[in-house]
Ligand binder design. Structure first.
Ligand code: CTP
Length: 402
């Protein structure tokens, strides 16, 4: 996701400096080449060795370093960066940059860079709400600097309130978004994810092994690319993606109701959910007690949400671009083409869910993408995040054609 990206991570002096270590780990795991700059105060909280070990790069601390100055160290660092993150960013450093003061390596490099700069402030709640700080932040925002706002919580200083560094995962997400082209800006995309649960009684249900990972990866990726994203999710244990409107549902019938209520405002619908094809004819209001040696459950067919969308004639609004998924255990291509045509889709993502590294409940997938015009694209083994990117590359290209 961040392959070939050079990121400077500036760490200021604050108790949240230890969380910058976790952020560094996420950035390097995402493929970025990270160079850390620490202020003198930051080194009081965490040692450079920690950042050096995890980034596999020397940590920069001094403005005038004889070895680095051969290439004017701080300027060459600033020039090579694709993104600059300051986390945690203190009121002091933000104030200095807002005032144009460059008196150490971090402030000098921030001011010398042409790369986007993302600040993740962390400070005492009263410092954060101080109009002097707020004015500095407003000024930097107006000038195009990005901010990941602190969250509420109990602060190291003993106060309770806004000022806690945003979660490393949230800062990571903003960093990826800052580096992503906004080729889906102005588009509204509805994504369904996860399984549905069809209840038999208050304690039992019929469902499947879907974890929701593919749909959630698509929602995060679409959001980064500038789309407005509506995620209609069956029960999962995944964290809600930032900046995405999430509607939680349980059964196929509920999912259908929520999809149909929103489809008119969408340019694209991606149906990654593993919808149960059948539900029990009856839902018992109390627990079904055990009787006899065998039991039979009568099932009735659930509505096929995607086929319903494919059958829409559009009315006054044009029919959205429809992407279906096909979960198969055999005859992948054949079944994908059949579903694409029967459900009248623009594109289908077929995956062989019998493979150990594809389909349900794993972080990777192998998919065959088939398009309405008969063309196809075989994606080898990749992470679900990478596959989400590939799917959206095709969606964006086809939307741009129309
Ligand atoms: N789907 C749907 N509503 C259903 C069943 C499936 O919207 N009641 C959607 C899924 O979200 C997916 C696509 O249809 O995008 C294909 O789902 P899949 O389970 O692979 O196939 P089915 O159409 O259910 O057919 P089968 O189970 O026979 O393979």
């Amino acid at each position: 996701m961040l392959e070939n990206k050079k990121i400077i991570l500036g760490v200021c002096g604050g108790i949240a400096a230890y969380k910058a270590v976790e952020l560094l780990r996420l950035l390097t795991k995402g493929g970025a080449d990270v160079h850390v700059i620490m202020t003198r105060a930051a080194r009081e909280f965490v040692t450079p060795l920690t950042f050096q070990t995890l980034s596999s790069n020397p940590v920069h601390t001094e403005l005038f370093n004889l070895i680095e100055e051969g290439a004017i160290g701080h300027i060459s660092l600033a020039d090579r960066a694709d993104l600059f993150i300051v986390a945690p960013a203190t009121a002091n450093v933000i104030g200095k940059i807002a005032a144009g003061i460059a008196d150490d390596l971090l402030t000098t490099t921030v001011m010398a860079t042409k790369a986007p700069v993302l600040f993740a402030p962390a400070m005492n709640v009263n410092m954060y709400s101080n109009p002097i700080y707020q004015e500095n932040e407003d000024k930097l925002r107006r000038l195009g600097y990005l901010f990941e706002a602190p969250v509420c919580g109990s602060l190291a200083c003993g106060w309770e309130g806004e000022g806690k560094l945003a979660a490393p995962e949230t800062i990571f997400e903003s960093a990826v978004a800052a580096l992503t082209a906004k080729d889906l800006a102005g588009r509204t995309i509805l994504i369904t994810a996860g399984p549905t649960r069809e209840e038999l009684d208050p304690v039992r249900y019929i469902s499947n092994h879907s974890s929701g990972k593919m749909g959630y990866a698509l929602a995060r990726a679409a959001r980064r690319r500038g789309a407005q994203v509506l995620l209609i999710s069956g029960p999962t244990s995944l964290p809600r993606p930032d900046g995405v409107k999430v509607v939680s549902v349980t059964s196929a019938v509920e999912m259908q109701r929520e999809v149909m209520a929103r489809v008119a405002e969408c340019h694209v619908v991606i149906k990654a959910a593993a919808v149960a094809d059948y539900r029990p004819l009856m839902r018992n209001s109390s627990k079904i007690k055990k009787q006899g040696d065998s039991a039979t459950i009568e099932l009735v067919k659930n509505p096929d949400i995607l086929a319903g969308l494919g059958g829409m004639n559009g009315g006054s609004a044009p029919r959205p671009f429809l992407v279906g998924f096909a979960a198969e255990t055999d005859s992948l291509a054949e079944n994908a083409v059949k579903k694409l045509s029967e459900k009248n889709l623009d594109m289908i993502v077929a995956n062989d869910v019998s493979q150990f590294d594809a389909g349900f409940n794993v972080d990777t997938n192998r998919a065959l993408l088939v398009f309405k015009d008969g063309s196809s694209c075989d994606c080898g083994l990749m992470s679900k995040d990478q596959l989400a990117g590939t799917i959206l590359d095709h969606v964006a290209a086809r939307l741009a054609e129309h």
